[in-house]
Each structure stands twice: as C-alpha cells, then as structure tokens.
Design a protein around this ligand. Structure first.
Ligand code: ADP
Length: 183
C-alpha cells in the first residue's frame, strides 16, 4: 500500500513540475517581429513559467506577411529559447487565454501614444474576463522608435533595416519586396 502511495506521490510531483504554473500570453500582429518585440519577449520570459507568443491573424490590418509566414519567422527567431511557444489565434484573446489556461497578457509600451490604446484594450479584456491581468513592459530605450509599420516602409523603399530587425527578418523583407516588385 505504501508502495502504491509512493508511486502515486512521485507521479503527482512529476505532473506538477511538468505542468507550467504561470502562463503568459504575448499577443500581437508581429508583421514582422522586430528587435523591440524580441526584447520584450526576452525580458518577459523571466516573469512566466511558459510564455506563448500568440500571433493574431489580423486580416483587417492586411498584413504584409500572412499568419503562417509570421509564425515561421518568429519560430526561426526563437528556436533557441526554452519555455516559449509560438502559435496563431483567430478568436477573442480572452477565449484563447482560457483555452491555454493563461492568466496574464504581456504587452509592450513604447511611447505615450501606445498608452491609450493599450489601456483601453486591457480594460476591455478585464471587463470580458475578470481573471485576466495585463502586464506592461517598458521598451528598452534603444527600441522606443522601432515599429513594424516603419520598418516595412523603409524596407519597401530599399533602406537598411538591420538596426531594427534581425538579419533573417531583413532577408525575408527583402524577398517579399523584391518578389512584389518583380510581380
Ligand atoms: P498589435 O497589432 O497587437 O499592436 P504589434 O505587433 O504591433 O501588434 O505589437 C505587439 C505588442 O508589442 C504591443 O503591445 C506593442 O506595443 C509592443 N511593441 C511593438 N513594438 C515594440 C517596441 N519597439 N518596444 C516595445 N514594445 C513594442
């Protein structure tokens, strides 16, 4: 009997450690992922047992890269990180969070103009689900002016974006715009 109890206990302990306790979700369009996003992910990872980078399909924003391309790019960038998962979602964020048993939304803040939108979104998410908390992480000052929108514009005009994105993302941007010009 004691033997069975012991096996049960040790299995339970294994399950406890295998099951991430505090799951955070970093949602965004990531069109494409920038050094600013990567900085938030790297620092955000310290707050959670598991961080899910959740790529919003964002059809209404007419993204340059479709969702599978964005997933592919992010997975390439994060392949050496532990305790991280990269997924896409196309539903209400709070429904996605419930499905993933996540309690905390991670968002980044750059400039004051980010604040109003982020504040409203956090309040709405909390109204929809009282259990959801949003944590804001201040950008590192080097990345305060880095936004996917400007990077796309610079890349479209043939400028060098390697200060703002990794060489791999710069290559994917170049391929995308070369392809578009060719077409
Ligand atoms: P969304 O369409 O949801 O705003 P984004 O990919 O633009 O998706 O941004 C995702 C999150 O990352 C947002 O919280 C945004 O404020 C944050 N973010 C974007 N760029 C930076 C940056 N350079 N530094 C810190 N946070 C950033």
């Amino acid at each position: 009997m004691a033997g069975i109890e012991f096996v049960f206990e040790s299995r339970k302990k294994e399950e406890d450690t295998a099951m991430p306790k505090h799951i955070g979700v970093y949602p965004g369009t990531f069109d494409p992922i920038t050094r600013g996003h990567l900085d938030i992910i790297e620092r955000g990872l310290k707050l959670f047992d598991l961080l899910i980078v959740a790529v919003a399909e964002s059809h209404s924003k007419a993204p340059l890269f479709d969702a599978p391309e964005r997933l592919d790019i992010i997975r390439h960038e994060l392949k050496y990180y532990k305790n991280i998962r990269v997924e896409s979602f196309n539903c209400l964020l709070i429904d996605y969070m419930k499905k993933k048993k996540a309690t905390t939304v991670l968002r980044g803040l750059r400039v004051i103009s980010d604040f109003e939108y982020e504040f409203q979104m956090a309040l709405i998410n909390r109204k929809l689900d009282q259990g959801t908390e949003t944590v804001f992480m201040m950008t590192s000052e080097n990345y305060a002016a880095v936004s996917s929108r400007f990077i796309k514009e610079i890349a479209r005009l043939g400028g060098d974006v390697t200060a703002f994105v990794t060489p791999y993302v710069a290559k994917r941007l170049k391929e995308k715009f070369d392809g578009n010009f060719a077409g």
